[in-house]
Design a protein around this ligand. Structure first.
Ligand code: PMP
Length: 418
């Protein structure tokens, strides 16, 4: 296999060296010492994001929407500017469709609680898949235990792909929503959501997409997809923690009751009743994470300046290289589809005779940061029949050298344990 680490890798027109230079943590001791391959858990932050957060606190700190003084006006401008940038980034027709949340988890809970609580009845079915992250299982289980809604799961096959040909067989007119993961955070599978959305819409069911692992890594266009709800997290896409997004079609948000009550989400309040604010504010009770939103706006600008298609292409090359290199190691079992158009740069594996946690600890000693465990997808790992996998996940600043360090560290771990 050609060791691509000998060439000068680029993302679009930017060399990886110059991209890495954008990230303070990669410039210092930490960056040089650690091959950070835990990007599916969270990404590093470029200086432009850190600067946008700092500049917000230093030059505009105030509460939004509430006052007329100039700091409040500036804070509101930056907050709403971020909403516009995010709408444009995902191809949303209007920023009214962008609700700021704490992340994917909160976005899905919002839909389950508000839309599910209002529109689903006992016996209605929410169709999920067996490869969901807990964030797209538990909110529906909670709803099911409250309302008598039933959950049906589309299985995945031995290659880590969804068995889409079983969708029609699982369908009934009781299915009122499909809620599914776009890119698996364990297998890296890029699911064919286009087909599922068409199938569900032909049967009048809306679709929610958990895009936590897709929006950060490639282009997405919610209007072209005609998706009804889309959830993602800022911290996995160069933005701060504690900020995320729920995109939803305006007519759905208009029809949904509030998720939380409090300031900002109301137009008028009496002692015994209230009128709700317009969307998206109806879903943003209390003081929002203003700095987080501003930081996410800067992250979106940054990713756009590099180019989402170029980021996706580069990560796919890294994925091919990682899978080829890992499959050359005796005793390594890889999970998920082979490299290709339905595969993104998340690689899970086990090493014969070495528990995933021991492997990850050994790798850490070698300066390689990976994640061992069930990756918040218990039903998936249970079906695989393994207690845990090791997961290496990549981003635009990851390098071929880091993959070489990963494989060398695995060989060392093997020789230690076996
Ligand atoms: N869904 C998927 C596919 C994820 O990978 C994650 C993060 N691990 C989540 C949902 C939850 O995201 P957050 O913790 O940012 O809410």
């Amino acid at each position: 296999m050609k060791r691509r680490s000998q060439t000068v890798p680029c993302v679009g027109s930017r060399s990886i060296e110059s991209i890495r230079d954008d990230f303070p943590i990669l410039r210092g001791e930490t960056g040089r010492g650690i091959a950070y391959l835990d990007n599916a858990a969270t990404s590093h932050k470029p200086a432009v994001v850190i600067d946008a957060v700092r500049s917000y606190y230093e030059e505009a700190n105030s509460n939004v929407h509430r006052a007329v003084h100039r700091l409040a006006t500036e804070a509101t401008r930056r907050y709403e500017e971020a909403r516009k940038k995010i709408a444009a980034f995902i191809g949303a027709p209007s920023e009214r469709s962008i609700v700021f949340t704490r992340g994917t988890t909160e976005s899905i809970n919002l839909v389950a609680s508000s839309w599910g609580g209002e529109f689903l009845e006992p016996g209605d079915v929410v169709l999920l898949t067996e490869m969901e992250h807990h964030a797209n299982i538990i909110p529906w289980q909670l709803l099911a235990s409250r309302t008598g809604v039933e959950l049906v799961f589309l299985p995945f096959d031995a290659s880590g792909r969804l068995e889409l040909d079983r969708l029609a067989g699982l369908w009934s007119d009781r299915v009122k929503l499909v809620s599914m993961i776009h890119v698996s955070n364990v297998f890296g599978t890029l699911n064919d959501i286009e087909s599922v959305i068409r199938f569900a819409h032909d049967r009048d069911a809306p679709v929610l997409i958990d895009a936590a692992q897709s929006v950060p890594h490639g282009p997405i266009d919610v209007a072209a997809l005609d998706v009804d709800f889309l959830a993602f997290s800022g911290h996995k896409m160069c933005g701060p923690t504690g900020i995320g997004v729920l995109y939803a079609k305006e007519e759905l948000l208009d029809a949904m009751p509030p998720y939380m009550g409090g300031g900002e989400m109301i137009r008028a309040v009496w002692l015994d009743r209230a009128e709700w604010n317009d969307i998206p504010y109806k879903f943003e009770a209390g003081t929002p994470n203003i700095a987080g939103a501003v930081g996410l706006g800067a992250a979106v600008d940054y990713l756009t300046s590099i180019g989402m298609s170029d980021i996706q292409a580069y990560e796919r090359d890294l994925c091919v290289y990682a899978i080829e290199a890992l499959s050359e190691i005796e005793g390594v079992t890889l999970y998920g589809p082979p490299p290709g158009d339905d595969r993104e740069a998340v690689v899970s594996f086990t090493v014969d005779g070495v528990h995933a946690h021991d492997a990850a600890q050994m790798l850490d000693r070698e300066g390689v940061a990976v994640r061992p465990g069930h990756h918040c997808a218990h039903p998936l790992t249970r079906k695989l029949g393994v207690p845990a996998t090791v997961r290496a996940s990549f981003y635009l600043y990851s390098t071929y050298d880091e993959i070489d360090r990963l494989t060398a560290a695995i060989e060392k771990a093997k020789s230690f344990f076996i």
